[in-house]
Design a protein around this ligand. Structure first.
Ligand code: SAM
Ligand code: DTB
Ligand code: SF4
Length: 334
């Protein structure tokens, strides 16, 4: 039985990453089969509940106020709009709804109160609710947990060294601190990164080392390929090849055997064969729905067709876990 290690060194992970491709995929798939059902894929749907106008300067992001990308800024969606989107996502086969906001951090105001209502409402539909809202304090994380939040997405994105070249308005420690606050509130952690920012392989590996050495490894790790957006500083970055994606996913699977590895942004540019290799490498989650936050993604029916061809089945909500509603009742009865 493979043990889950929290002491991987950068050198060891680099050796894994650089192994002959077929050896690497074989190893990743073998470990994947030890810990997970290889034909089951968790399907999440993303909605942008608050789009554009973000104060941060993340070099990859079309929603930063610093760049002219043509993304229109919108106010926070209404509760009704979000509940309607949740119904559509559920009908399309999603077991998790991830609500994203172009915020630097959460502020304790009416908008946050509305997000808490959204979390309660989506949770009541028996879907796993995830949010990605920027930085959180401990008490905000706790409020989200009390409302029934299942997971919180907060990416490290790259290594600490390369982070400084991509974002100047916050630090790596800010990121790690929010992840700690999410953990303290006993909300499931979703944290991964982007490849294709101009980082080195060592940067990718260092990010995986930071994630794998956490006391509890993140329950899910999204691996995004940069979607270069016109107007951002990274608009001219070359697209990531499928081989790099496969190496990154395999390595993530090997160092974090149990985590849900999400093949995230970048699928629109990938062939079905390329995606099949990513599933073989141990990816077991996708974002489904024709839009990510602001950029295109394959349509629900195309993905369901892909599942049919590959014989994949969507994972049921709350598998192997108590439903958040039950967790809520527990909290309320204490
Ligand atoms: N504002 C919050 C934050 O930064 O944590 C939440 C939303 S933010 C858009 C969530 C994540 O989307 C980022 O951490 C990054 O990993 C990913 N992302 C943003 N723009 C991207 C792009 N052009 N290509 C790939 N991933 C991107
Ligand atoms: C994650 O790791 N990827 C998603 C989600 N978490 C929030 C976001 C991808 C965004 C891609 C660019 C866009 O559509 O704006
Ligand atoms: Fe804002 Fe998040 Fe985009 Fe950075 S990644 S500019 S914090 S929305």
């Amino acid at each position: 039985m493979t043990e889950i290690r929290h002491n991987w060194t950068v050198k060891e992970i680099l050796d894994v990453y650089n192994a002959p491709l077929l050896d690497l995929i074989f190893k990743a798939q073998s470990i994947h089969r030890e810990f997970n059902d290889p034909n089951e894929v968790q399907v999440s749907s993303l909605i942008s509940i608050k789009t554009g106008g973000c104060a941060e300067d993340c070099g990859y992001c079309p929603q930063s106020v610093k760049y002219n990308t043509g993304v229109e800024a919108h106010k926070l969606m209404t509760l009704e709009e979000v509940l309607y989107a949740a119904d559509k996502a559920k009908e399309g086969g999603a077991s998790r709804l991830c609500m994203g906001a172009a915020w630097r951090e959460v502020r304790d105001n009416k908008d946050f109160d509305r997000v808490l209502e959204m979390v309660k409402g989506v949770n009541a539909k028996d879907m796993e609710v995830c949010c990605t809202l920027g930085m959180l304090t401990e008490s905000q994380a706790q409020k989200l947990a009390d409302a029934g939040l299942y997971a919180y997405n907060h990416n490290l994105d790259t290594s600490e060294e390369s982070y400084k070249k991509i974002i100047t308005t916050r630090s790596y420690d800010d990121r790690l601190n929010t992840i700690k606050n999410v953990r303290k509130a006993k909300v499931s952690v979703c944290s991964g990164g982007i490849i294709g920012l101009g980082e080195t392989i060592e940067d990718r590996v260092k990010m995986l080392q930071t994630l794998s050495s956490m006391e509890i490894q993140p329950e899910s790790v999204p691996i995004n390929a940069l979607v270069p957006v016109a107007g951002t500083p990274l608009e001219n970055q070359p697209l990531i090849s499928v081989w790099e994606m496969v190496r990154m996913i395999s390595t993530t699977r090997i160092v974090m055997p149990k985590t849900v590895v999400r093949l995230s942004a970048g699928r629109n540019q990938m062939s079905l064969e390329g995606q099949a290799l990513c599933f073989l490498a141990g990816a077991n989650s996708i974002f489904a729905g024709d839009k990510l936050l602001t950029t295109p993604n394959p349509a629900f029916n195309e993905d369901m067709e892909m599942f049919k061809i590959f014989g994949l089945v969507p994972r049921k909500a709350f598998k192997g876990d108590k439903k958040s509603t039950e967790k809520l009742q527990e909290i309320e009865s204490n």
